[in-house]
Design a binder for this molecule. Structure first.
Ligand SMILES: Nc1ncnc2c1ncn2[C@@H]1O[C@H](COP(=O)(O)OP(=O)(O)OP(=O)(O)O)[C@@H](O)[C@H]1O
Length: 303
């Protein structure tokens, strides 16, 4: 488990993380979302002991990173995949890390195989594409078979097949009961990958919810198709709904849920051909949530 407790990090006058608290539970992929400069990387760096908090705590399984003996066995992380020594081979890079944590050569071969780099194990990292470096970073994270993972924008530089691969990997790590925290700017990607999301803006917590709770929170209306438009409109309005007739003849009802609308129709012997609860897309929901916390914004095209 990862626990962020009242974490604050200042860089001079900049407050990168501002009294942030949340927990990342095992068995789920938790998406860590926020616009540029929201404080995601700073939070992850604090968890990994790479940044000292101004105040508060960032804990892995109840302990500070610095207090963990042989940390690769507890936590695997992918932060900046390009920050590797280009002169080393993939194998040597991983073996160096492995040795410092008492991990055997056979495990290095196994993780290279798992990330699809076995064929280039003897090649220098300097010649690797960004996507290959991402895979190498993920191999390093897997080395100690840890229970906790942090991935900072792991899809960066990967092609669509690579993005699907990393998504499947994160989902399978969570299904094995591990804790997975993954940062992203893209709600569309998190919708496919994450079970829960934590949204931050300007270093503060904006929302913490499961993907399904978020869809529910941003429920827009219920689309109703019926051959008896006039009568159902009257009944729904008298039950308190705001009903709008759509150009295609269907109704958009706000203020009543689909179950209540269906029950009203049945009680009054009105046929219903479609009853669909509609939510804002999660992308829209996310943009609404973070609207006030965009650090740099292009002027809108149509003011
Ligand atoms: N070493 C540093 N020195 C000074 N300011 C920093 C430093 N690291 C981060 N910041 C500032 O702290 C804020 C949060 O940055 P951070 O990189 O944590 O955000 P982020 O959510 O990861 O953004 P991105 O999605 O762009 O990576 C930003 O305003 C950033 O400029």
């Amino acid at each position: 488990m990862i626990e962020i407790r009242e974490l604050t990090k200042r860089y001079g006058p900049t407050v990168a993380v501002d009294d942030l608290s949340f927990r990342v539970e095992p068995g789920y992929v938790t998406g860590f979302l926020g616009p540029n400069g929201a404080g995601k990387s700073t939070t992850m760096r604090a968890v990994l002991g790479l940044d000292t908090p101004t105040s508060g705590d960032a804990l892995i399984n109840g302990r500070h990173y610095a207090a963990i003996d042989r940390p690769l066995h507890q936590v695997g992380a992918l932060l900046d995949a390009s920050a590797v020594h280009g002169g080393r081979t993939a194998f040597d890079h991983l073996y160096c890390l492995a040795r410092s944590n008492g991990i055997r050569k056979a495990r290095v071969r196994a993780v290279l195989d798992r990330v699809g780099l076995a064929g280039v194990a003897g090649k220098r990292i300097g010649g690797f594409s960004l996507g290959m470096k991402q895979r190498l970073g993920i191999a390093a994270a897997l080395l100690g078979d840890p229970g906790v993972f942090l991935f900072d924008e792991p899809g960066n530089g990967l092609d669509p097949e690579g993005i699907r691969w990393i998504r499947d990997l994160m989902r399978s790590l969570a299904a094995e009961g591990r804790t997975v925290l993954v940062s992203s700017h893209l709600m569309s990607e998190m919708e496919l990958t994450a079970d829960h999301i934590v949204v931050v803006g300007r270093g503060r917590l904006i929302a913490e919810a499961s993907i399904s709770e978020l869809a529910e929170r941003f429920r827009r209306d219920v689309l109703v198709r019926t051959p008896d438009v006039a009568e159902l409109t009257r009944l729904l309005r008298s039950a308190g709904a705001v009903v709008t007739r759509q150009p295609d003849g269907s109704l958009a009802a706000q203020g009543l849920d689909a179950v209540t609308i269906g029950d009203i129709a049945v009680r009054n012997h009105i046929a219903v051909h479609e009853l669909t609860p509609r939510s804002d897309s999660l992308e829209d929901a996310y943009l609404k949530l973070t609207d006030d916390s965009i650090e740099y914004r292009a002027e809108r095209a149509n003011p």
